[in-house]
Design a protein around this ligand. Structure first.
Ligand SMILES: [Zn+2]
Length: 304
């Protein structure tokens, strides 16, 4: 490990320098925190969506103890794939206005509906300065659609799981090559004992399709990340403990050995038409204690 990387990870984790092991810090106040995962908001002025998002925001602000931060899981607005720039601009401004009511910091994740102009119904030119993912990157991502940060001994990674598929002329789930290289470099600076949480809009792992279509049916390329295995292999020798997922609007928890895969339902339920199957409109609340993490799904009480 390079000296610079050692100090970066030690500073981020705040542990190595002190010679401490996070597993022995359970119960220590400085290593206890809460965060919330709000995904699939599908915000728009119609169908009560704005009032719904504001109700969810108020519910996050009312949590006791309060969350240290919020991660949004993509599909923040509905929708900028196939609309003109004026509508897209209005939707992003509406998102900023509503999410700006949160009392804590927010890290924004990108979903398929947050990409400007990819569908032919949109008249936005590819030369437009905010075409494609640039709108999200400029306005919500500090210039990028992926990022990482450290918090109280944990390393958080927000990924961009959406790529354009020339064959279907539609999006598909994929972590692009440039991002894979970035991720490899990012993880090189993370100690093997540091717990890691990853946010991906499109799932790496889910049993939703198996419960719908049978045990031998996999996730198709629009609902599962096509190179999930290569992505997960980058975490070999690292302590990946939590994967936050979205896109399918279900409250799903999977755990295999030390890894938890959690889909935190949807703020919008069934796209603001009520609950989606048995999943109410809601968000994920995560309580972290040392290296331990506990999830519960919070129904914020929206009724259509
Ligand atoms: Zn989606």
């Amino acid at each position: 490990m390079q000296r610079r990387d050692f100090f970066r990870s030690a500073a981020g984790a705040g542990l190595l320098a002190a010679g401490l092991n996070i597993d022995r810090l359970q119960g220590a106040a400085e290593h206890k925190f809460r965060f919330a995962h709000l995904t699939d908001l599908h915000l728009k002025p119609e169908d009560g969506a704005e009032q719904g998002v504001l109700k969810a925001v108020a519910a996050v602000n009312a949590l006791d103890p309060a969350p240290d931060f919020v991660i949004t899981g993509g599909d923040l607005v509905f929708d900028v794939l196939e609309v003109d720039f004026e509508r897209a601009d209005m939707l992003f401004k509406l998102y900023r206005k509503c999410i700006g009511q949160l009392d804590c910091p927010v890290y924004h994740g990108i979903g398929n509906h947050d990409i400007l102009g990819w569908y032919p119904e949109s008249d936005v030119a590819e030369s437009h300065p905010e075409y494609g993912k640039k709108m999200f990157a400029n306005r919500l991502g500090d210039g990028s659609t992926w990022r990482s940060f450290d918090h109280k001994g944990w390393h958080f990674v927000l990924l961009d799981s959406i790529e354009y598929d020339e064959d279907s002329e539609d999006y598909l789930g994929m972590i692009c090559e440039e991002q894979m290289a970035w991720l490899e470099d990012d993880l090189a600076g993370v100690d093997s004992n540091t717990p890691i949480a990853v946010m991906t809009h499109i799932a790496f792992v889910s049993i939703v399709e198996q419960l719908r279509s049978g045990a031998n049916v996999a996730l198709n390329k629009k609902i599962g990340v096509t190179n999930s295995l290569e992505v997960l292999e980058l975490f070999e020798g690292k302590r990946l403990q939590l994967v936050l997922q979205g896109h399918l609007h279900r409250d799903e928890q999977l755990r295999l050995e030390g890894r938890k895969f959690v889909m935190s339902g949807a703020i919008s339920g069934e796209w603001w038409k009520g609950p989606h199957l048995d999943t109410q409109e809601g968000f994920g609340v995560f309580d972290v204690d040392g290296a331990d993490v506990h999830y519960r799904y919070h129904d914020y009480g929206w009724e259509v």
